[in-house]
Write a protein that binds this ligand. Sequence first.
Ligand code: BMA
Length: 347
Amino acid sequence: MSIAVATPKPPVNPIVRHAGNPVLSALNVPYPSSLTFNAGVVRYAGRYLMVFRNDHGHDGCGGFQGTNIGLATSKDGVAWHVEPGPIFCEAEVREELKKTMGHHYDPNFVKRIYDPRLTVIDGKILMCFAVDTMHGICGGVATTEDLRKFKWLSVSAPDNRNMVLFPRRVNGRYFRYERPMPVYMREHPESFPIWCAESHDLVFWGRNRPVLGADEVPYANSKIGPAAPPIETPKGWLVTIHAVDRDPAKRLRGWEPKGWYKTYYAGLMLTDLHDPSKVIGLMRKPLLAPQTDYEIAGFRGSVIFPCGMILEDTGEVKIYYGAADTCVALATAHVEDLLAACEPIGA
Ligand code: BMA
């Protein structure tokens, strides 16, 4: 009689939440802070650097004073020390935008910047961010030597955000994913896809084209967007996405006064190394679905919003995500497991 031996299957969901989550919250911030989330992270000059969105002065009823950007540093990517003051405030946003827009600038133009993502290209730190303006939401790219002073390189036309830069040029050009959100000509409201754009100098962006549609992501019925800047592997660019399931019949936990009914998942895709507009693999289930208390309860409950991803020399991948629009959490996986989780597309 032969005994059947089960062949081990690759892990269905290869990711593990850090036991000490959240790794950063308003409690760690030594200046006014209500919500500390959506953080870009890079490894730079022997340290980990995190820029995070800091919403301050929330009154608990949805009103708040403003948003600035904070900086935290770490030796291991797990324990973080927050610098004494914010690195980018509303006043600086207005100044930089004035320079970028010239005589088209209106003092009421900008409201705030938020959701920063970091990328190191050729040893230089670049930051992408969203800007809320009187004309709509725009996406910006800035460069900085020291994370104290920023030079704005470009601000997109509205409505666009969630820009993430690739860590190197592809076919000689800088590359980014982005998520425009035009509402006209759309069959389903908020069904926004991920797009890409290319640039010779990080200032002028063109060759815009769609990459992945919300309808291609099985667990999304609404918008999707790029999450953390992509990491390079021999098999392709590994890219986290966020994906939204919108159900107005649901009232999810949280203290968003308008009512909150959108679940944000983290997802994963693999794109072609030589043509990142081409998706070659997709994880059919969420990489992370809200399940822990810090992901389910907060300002907007059931939100997972990655903005940072680091590939360590050991093959460990650290993924930093905003949880419930309230704090920053960390999850880890092995790069090979992440690659195995992406089902081939168009093979
Ligand atoms: C998105 C952005 C993010 C936010 C997320 C969940 O549309 O506004 O800043 O984290 O919604 O509320």
